[in-house]
Design a protein around this ligand. Structure first.
Ligand code: NDP
Length: 481
């Protein structure tokens, strides 16, 4: 059932209890540009209370048998499943994505929790003889700050909550101030599921994120967001030596080889670039197309761009692409579009929107072969604009794809998968796909090379990232002579 967000009450979750914010801040619906709801602003004192609650809850949570924590994760997933429509409805309203995609995001949170519950961390026996027993094991870190961006408000939480909790940590979750509502409700529905203080959810503007990263009460900052903010997080954590995992920006290249099946690849590449209105860290953001197939690929993509349904997903269930998710990002993407226009780069579809239109809508835009020095090639657009770049020599395409400070994802497209695989091996990125893109799995680690991040999420490595390594050595006592 659809309940407008303005008719709902949102509270922080601290120590298992609902807590009113010290004040409130407005949350905007990007499809209308209108205020959607008031969210609670977490004060400095309330941040301290959330940290204290998590610290108090930590010893008992860490001491539980891991089987018990697995069960908690599964119960969390079951609870989330029973609230799919409510959570998806909030994601649609605050983030602007189509309802079906929002439902999938909520389902993904449950799926990730269940799959993470199945991960086992094994001890390593280093020595076990009459002299000593030496075992290396992984112990929880303590209190984790989970800081997430606005593109997948719940999806981003799924990469952090399961692994952190399974490993025995307690958590303070802070979603983006652009999309706080679904996370606040997540905290609410889990209050009776988890012991008090194990999961705290706080929201706020005005530097709450930087107060978290320099707070002495955190043992780990698990951060997903932009590369510039990632640098601040790392600097903030330096004062406390909190561990950091940084999942940052990307400028993912896709290389289309000359033997590609153009129509099939175009259908996939369109969504690789424009799903979630291009606001995916692993979205294709630069498309290098061999000159032999450039015109055909451009035509196929332009046809798809012209026919896709763009609109307000809160009003129309059939919408395939919603608005850009907030005014700040809308302005960033508009700025890049203006730069393209000012430099005379041709748009094969989309382009600058009508300024009279309400909401932050930009139709999928293809930019025709801008130079490598163009801002739309160098910078992360994180929006529905894709530069098509022509190449004739594969080695040159690889070099151009690698010529970036980013290294998050990449893909290669061609009929000869052996040849495509050889190209993929030469790309500098944390995940490289052949003939697909953005496929993730809870048991497969992903993370960024270069300035796209430090560390990984998901898989066994993603759980280990929430632990300290401890070696316990017992020297056997010799019987008294
Ligand atoms: P931001 O870096 O602006 O914000 C991310 C989160 O950090 C938000 O919760 C934000 O809060 C908070 N924050 C802001 N400033 C600070 C600070 N100084 N210290 C600590 N936390 C802070 O990113 P966006 O939300 O705009 O997200 C888009 C970016 O995220 C893109 O670059 C995208 O590539 C990247 N991203 C990376 C992914 C990956 O897995 N590698 C996945 C998805 C996105 P608030 O919003 O309240 O300011």
């Amino acid at each position: 059932m659809h309940i407008p967000a303005r008719d709902q009450k949102f509270t922080l979750t601290i120590d298992g209890l609902p807590v009113e914010g010290a004040t409130t801040f407005d949350v905007t619906n990007p499809a209308t540009g209108q205020v959607l709801a008031a969210a609670p602003q977490c004060s400095t004192d309330q941040l301290d209370e959330a940290v204290a609650a998590a610290r108090t809850a930590f010893p008992a949570w860490a001491a539980l048998p891991v089987e018990r924590r697995r069960q908690y994760l599964r119960t969390m997933a079951d609870t989330i499943d029973t609230h799919t429509e409510m959570l998806a409805d909030l994601v649609v309203q605050e983030q602007g994505k189509p309802r079906g995609v929002a439902r999938t995001e909520v389902a993904g949170l449950g799926y990730w929790l269940r799959a993470t519950a199945g991960i086992t961390v094994l001890d390593t026996v280093n020595q076990d003889d009459e002299e000593r027993r030496s075992v290396t094991r992984q112990v929880p870190l303590g209190v984790v700050a989970a800081i997430t961006p606005w593109n997948y408000p719940l999806g981003q939480a799924s990469f952090k909550l399961g692994p952190a909790l399974l490993a025995g940590n307690t958590v303070v979750l802070k979603p983006s101030a652009f999309t706080p509502l679904a996370n606040l409700k997540l905290g609410e529905i889990l209050r009776d599921v988890l012991p008090p203080g194990v999961l705290n959810v706080i929201t706020g503007t005005g530097g709450l994120g930087s107060r978290i990263t320099s707070h002495p009460g955190f043992d780990k900052i698990s951060f997903t967001g932009s590369t510039p903010t990632g640098r601040s997080v790392m600097a903030g954590a330096a004062t406390t030596m909190a561990r950091v995992t940084l999942e940052l920006g990307g400028n993912d290249a896709a290389i289309v080889l000359p033997d590609v099946h153009v129509k099939q690849a175009a259908a996939q590449l369109f969504w690789a670039a424009f799903a979630n209105t291009g606001q995916i860290c692993l979205a294709t953001k630069r498309l290098y197309v061999h000159a032999d197939v450039y015109d055909d690929m451009a035509r196929e993509l332009a046809d798809l761009a012209a026919t896709v349904t763009v609109g307000d997903p809160g009003q129309d269930e059939d919408v395939e692409l919603g608005p850009v998710s907030n005014l700040r990002q809308y302005r960033t993407v508009l700025d890049l579009l203006h730069d393209c226009r000012d430099h005379g780069y041709a748009f094969l579809s989309g382009g600058l929107p009508d300024p009279e239109t309400a909401g932050y809508f930009i139709r999928p835009t293809l930019v025709d072969n801008p130079p490598d020095s163009a801002r739309i090639v160098r910078e992360e657009q994180f929006g529905p604009v894709l530069p098509l770049l022509k190449y004739t020599d594969t080695a040159d395409a690889i070099a151009r794809a690698n010529d970036s400070e980013y290294g998050l994802g990449a893909s290669v497209w061609g009929t000869d998968t052996e040849a495509a695989h050889r190209v993929a091996q030469r790309l500098q990125a944390g995940t490289v796909w052949v003939n697909e893109s953005m496929h993730l799995h809870p048991h497969v680690p992903f993370g960024g090379h270069k300035q796209s991040g430090i560390g990984v999420e998901s898989g066994l490595a993603g759980v280990l990232a929430f632990t300290n390594t401890q070696t316990l050595t017992v020297k056997h006592t010799q019987p008294q002579a």
